[in-house]
Design a protein around this ligand. Structure first.
Ligand SMILES: Nc1ncnc2c1ncn2[C@@H]1O[C@H](COP(=O)(O)OP(=O)(O)O)[C@@H](O)[C@H]1O
Ligand SMILES: [Mg+2]
Length: 377
């Protein structure tokens, strides 16, 4: 059924009406463009509202357009990413249905340590980790062994993640922790490094879950002396992607591996839902068992049919999705379910956002989001 959809986007990412002569694959607003165009191709009526530091436009626009749903592509407010949950809270106050994570999930998923603890509670294996508070020096527990990876406790989109994030001795560790503290101004999380393949799985549904095929980020021409991880440049620089042959494609795995990976993705999904936290979870696959890492955020679709009158709230059914990234290790290493700690999304600007498939078509998160959405409506 044709829907009225209000796409809420950052004002500097509103795609132009006329894209003639523009290389869309290189455009900053590619995700927004893909979502909007795909929805329109599916026959929906889409209006786009650009927002920066003022939510005042949402109420009147929703008032006259009466959208069935808001497609929320806002990842920050006034440039502050941690304010994203407040935008969603405002949509809830207005009783508007929206795609994406609820405010509670956004808050919980922001903390890479807290979200790991939640998954660990559900016996989902996650890498060991320790948190280094702002201004403090790292102290390693006996559980952690080099190489380790150092990240911001709160930032997403691989902010602050580069080759130097993987550390092999105490000097490198101290330097990288200091770098996170000073350059990003947040606490650092130091995780056991899981060596392996970078896999992603989308999960969608409520009681009955749809699991998407396992997807892989491959690093075809990455030199052997580099870590094959989704650094900031891997995610965001199309030049770097081309240089190192970084692409996302369907993963080549045998049936048992695929089954195991999809099952852990579903478990992570159910665990996050059961805690009321809708997260998109990064799950790392080792040879023995999948290891869940770094929940980011989930997309939730509220898709029930409504009349033109204001939709009822809360919506009777919620469709949620999870994108899990997994690591298929070569050394058989694993983190057990008894882990004290654990490590998404994604944002949801996931690595897949800018990488392309071998056919040159965009294999990006937005494309899948809009495809998932169109499956539902
Ligand atoms: N414990 C880990 N072991 C191996 N690689 C990791 C680990 N944690 C993160 N990475 C690499 O860094 C990337 C970004 O980390 P992630 O925790 O997902 O942060 P973000 O929220 O910025 O996406 C991952 O996609 C992966 O390539
Ligand atoms: Mg991630």
């Amino acid at each position: 059924m044709k829907k009225r959809i209000l796409a809420l986007v950052h004002d500097h990412l509103v795609p132009p009406e006329d894209t003639t002569g523009i290389d869309i694959l290189e455009a900053e607003w590619k995700m927004e463009y893909d979502v909007i165009e795909t929805l329109r191709e599916r026959g929906h009526e889409v209006r786009v509202l650009g927002v920066h530091d003022d939510l005042a436009g949402i109420r009147p626009t929703a008032g006259f357009f009466e959208p069935h749903i808001i497609f929320n592509l806002m990842e920050a407010f006034a440039g502050v990413t941690t304010f994203d949950q407040n935008v969603v809270s405002y949509l809830e106050l207005l009783r508007l249905r929206y795609t994406g994570c609820n405010p509670r999930g956004l808050i919980l998923a922001r903390d890479k340590a807290l979200s790991k603890k939640l998954l660990a509670y559900h016996r989902i294996p996650v890498p060991d980790f320790t948190v280094v508070r702002y201004g403090h020096k790292p102290v390693l527990s006996k559980k952690l062994h080099f190489p380790l990876i150092v990240k911001s406790l709160f930032f997403e989109a691989s902010a602050g993640i580069s080759q130097a994030s993987v550390v092999e001795n105490v000097e490198q560790l101290a330097r990288r922790v200091q770098f996170i503290h000073e350059s990003l101004g947040t606490a650092a999380i130091v995780e056991q490094f899981i060596d392996g393949r970078e896999l992603y799985v989308g999960v969608l549904g409520n009681e009955r879950l749809d699991v998407f095929p396992v997807w892989e980020m491959s690093f075809a021409q990455m030199p052997d002396n580099r870590w094959r991880i989704a650094t900031e440049r891997v995610k965001w620089s199309t030049q770097y992607q081309k240089k190192h042959g970084i692409m996302t494609n369907a993963a080549k795995l045998d049936a048992t591996a695929t089954d195991g990976i999809q099952r852990i993705a579903k478990r992570a999904y159910r665990a996050s839902i059961s805690t009321g936290m809708r997260v998109s979870t990064c799950v790392w696959m080792t040879r023995d068992a999948p290891t869940c890492s770094k929940p980011t955020r989930t997309r939730t679709w509220r898709t029930e049919r409504t009349s033109r009158s204001r939709p009822k709230w809360p919506a009777p059914r919620t469709k949620s999705s999870l994108t899990a990234s997994l690591r298929w290790g070569s050394d058989g290493s694993r983190s057990g379910p008894d882990n004290e700690h654990q490590s998404p999304p994604s944002v949801i600007r996931t690595p897949a956002r800018t990488a392309r498939g071998s056919d040159g078509k965009p294999n990006d998160a937005s494309y899948f989001l809009s495809r998932m959405f169109s499956m539902l409506v």
